[in-house]
Design a protein around this ligand. Structure first.
Ligand code: SIN
Ligand code: CO
Length: 385
């Protein structure tokens, strides 16, 4: 059974502890993308949320995205979950780690912790990964392409970091391990301590005791990904008229040659592909709010009727499901990849829901209540705060 100390419930850290008293404005100005930041006791009581056994149980769940990393004398091995409980029960005493991504969608405390970082836009927040390792365990010296907040849950870990430009990786290794690692700074992190690292900052975390690290990850699409996905979007929205015709075709003995007039005609057709700012904005909203492919919503098994839902909304308000991604741009709202255009009144409540991820109890008009009811039936939100 997952051991959790329910006597002291975990509540999401407040800004004043999370960044060690620093305002988010100053954090973005001085640290974000620029330099590491260590904050002692940033997230109190995190060690009470989940222990090693609890994390290993999550790694056995079908819907969890999990990995096991094992370090042998001169090699690294990686296996992907879900795992069988038996195989996790027979692991050695040292030098391995199990990592589970998307923990924000698996336990409510994970959702609360991820949302505590909403001083950064939700469009940039990715997910919460939690790792467990016995002494000696870790994933080796590496760099991530994204900003990361590494928070110590249970136990102690030594973090070594380096601002080196040399990011060459070991060849033929199942993990991205740096060929050379020159340590600039190192710290021992205790429960609740937080280390922020900018993208591409080399780091190596080695467990000193049974150890858990909670990582807040960010998403930053590559240019290639944006272009590819936008072309897929365009394919669905594009509608060009016409068919190639060549009334002036003449005889040629070179039957294998593409006729120059045909080349020109077909290039003209391709050149008619156009898109507007509105197309790009619509694509971006849908793309950024689209849940990851492994995410499935669970609609209520026996949904309440609309009248009951409306009464619950009045008494308890509404809360987005941890899996839901809700973003907006002007009056255009994007809920899990779907677009909705809202009028002024609706937009103000929807903005509140997207920013806070909750709506307070209240008498909402039929339009909003109907929309929330549809989302409730799709499993995107529930009543209650
Ligand atoms: C870990 O939790 O062991 C790895 C986290 C990281 O280095 O990004
Ligand atoms: Co890393």
């Amino acid at each position: 059974m997952t051991k959790r100390n329910r006597a002291v419930t975990f509540s999401a850290p407040e800004m004043k502890t999370l960044l060690g008293g620093m305002s988010p404005q100053r954090f973005f100005r001085e640290y974000w993308h620029k330099k590491p930041l260590l904050v002692r006791n940033a997230v109190p009581h995190l060690d009470r949320v989940l222990d090693g056994q609890g994390l290993l149980q999550l790694a056995c769940r079908e819907e969890a995205e999990s990995r096991m990393v094992r370090q042998t004398r001169d090699n690294w091995q990686v296996r992907h979950g879900p795992f069988e409980p038996d195989e996790l029960a027979t692991l050695p005493k040292r030098n391995w780690s199990v990592l589970v991504s998307g923990v924000n969608m698996l336990i409510p405390e994970g959702d609360a912790l991820l949302n505590a970082f909403s001083f950064a836009p939700y469009a940039r927040l990715d997910d919460l990964m939690v790792s467990y390792a016995p002494p000696g365990g870790g994933v080796g010296p590496h760099f991530d392409s994204y900003d990361v907040f590494l928070i110590q849950g249970l136990g102690r870990r030594r973090w070594e970091i380096s601002g080196q430009d040399d990011l060459e990786l070991i060849d033929n290794c199942p993990l991205r391990i740096l060929k050379r690692f020159r340590v600039d700074q190192s710290w021992e992190l205790e429960p609740g301590d937080l280390l922020y690292l900018p993208p591409k900052y080399a780091h190596n975390g080695v467990a000193l005791t049974d150890c858990m690290t909670w990582s807040i990850g960010f998403r930053a699409p590559t240019a290639q990904e944006m272009a590819t996905e936008f072309l897929v979007y365009l394919q669905d929205t594009l509608c060009l008229d016409g068919i190639y015709a060549d009334p002036d075709l003449t005889y040629s003995r070179q039957a294998g040659r593409i006729p120059p007039a045909m080349l020109r005609g077909l290039k003209d057709m391709i050149g008619k592909i156009r898109w507007t700012d509105a197309d790009m904005e619509d694509f971006i909203g849908r793309y950024l709010s689209e849940p990851k492919p492994q995410v499935f919503f669970e609609p209520p098994a026996r949904p309440a009727g609309h009248a009951t839902f409306h009464r619950r909304l009045l008494a308890k308000g509404a809360r987005l499901d941890a899996r839901s991604r809700m973003l907006y741009q002007g009056h255009a709202f994007y809920m899990n990849g779907e677009r909705l255009e809202a009028d002024r009144d609706l937009a103000s409540s929807l903005r509140q829901l997207a920013d806070q991820r909750v709506l307070p109890p209240g008498p909402y008009d039929d339009m909003l209540s109907g929309l929330l009811y549809d989302w409730y039936r799709a499993g995107y939100l529930t009543t209650g705060n």
